[in-house]
Design a protein around this ligand. Structure first.
Ligand SMILES: Nc1ncnc2c1ncn2[C@@H]1O[C@H](COP(=O)(O)OP(=O)(O)O)[C@@H](O)[C@H]1O
Ligand SMILES: Cc1cn([C@H]2C[C@H](O)[C@@H](COP(=O)(O)O)O2)c(=O)[nH]c1=O
Ligand SMILES: [Zn+2]
Length: 190
């Protein structure tokens, strides 16, 4: 006989800026709502770009979310839920990995979206660890703003400063590997 247990798991949606991570997160969360599942969506309080409360895509799709200061708060705010969505996971503290594991172990489906790499093409925050523990990974690509190819990188137009600088097309553009490297070379010679 097989046991009928509530099974949880972790899904990670990653990719460059403008690759459609937030849209994909919203799509999955809305489908869960259509299935009458209880959902909660969280984002780091630091990300206030488009809206204080909602998760909003670059194309203005949105869904209600709860901004949290630190990842442990997610555990406190998750009552009776079936599906938890987390956007901008790269900005969370390292505990987010443990938090996602705890939720999944309780039988919750956890869907995490975040930038896998920063503007220097280095792994971003807790994303490598989240990718390591996820059951399912979706890597999305934007369109390279230089050549129209598939973009894997988030090029910062002023290629310096701290890792965390909130911004949109004013500061960043998605680029493919070749066009990203070309941008770095151009910045070096300036
Ligand atoms: N260069 C681009 N490549 C792909 N999509 C783009 C680009 N520039 C703007 N967009 C818009 O961004 C939307 C994706 O936004 P979003 O889901 O917020 O992405 P992400 O969360 O990955 O930054 C696309 O549907 C499209 O309308
Ligand atoms: C590459 C990079 C990005 N950011 C910021 C810029 C935006 O505010 C978010 C990413 O949002 P998106 O939903 O993935 O488009 O992150 C940053 O702070 N540092 C970086 O290196
Ligand atoms: Zn390119």
């Amino acid at each position: 006989m097989f046991r009928e247990e509530k099974r949880g798991w972790i899904e990670v949606i990653c990719g460059s800026m403008f690759s459609g991570k937030t849209e994909e997160l919203i799509r999955r969360m809305k489908r869960a709502q259509f299935a009458n599942l209880r959902v909660e969506i969280f984002k780091p309080a630091v990300d206030t770009r488009y809206d204080e409360v909602n998760v909003v895509s670059h194309d203005a799709n949105m869904i209600h979310s709860t901004p949290v200061e630190k990842s442990q708060n997610i555990l406190l705010l998750c009552g009776d839920v079936d599906v938890v969505g987390i956007d901008e996971a790269q900005f969370f503290d390292a505990d987010i990995v443990h938090v996602c594991q705890m939720l999944a172990n309780k039988g919750i489906r956890v869907i995490v979206a975040g930038l896998d790499t920063d503007f220097l093409a280095n792994p971003f925050g807790p994303m490598p660890q989240l990718l390591a523990v996820a059951e399912y990974i979706t890597k999305l690509h934007a369109i390279c703003m230089k050549c129209g190819g598939l973009a894997n990188h988030s090029f910062r137009k002023v290629n310096k400063g701290p890792q965390l600088v909130l911004g949109e097309k004013d500061l960043y553009e998605p680029r493919c590997r070749n066009c990203y490297n070309e941008g770095l070379r151009e910045n070096e010679t300036e």
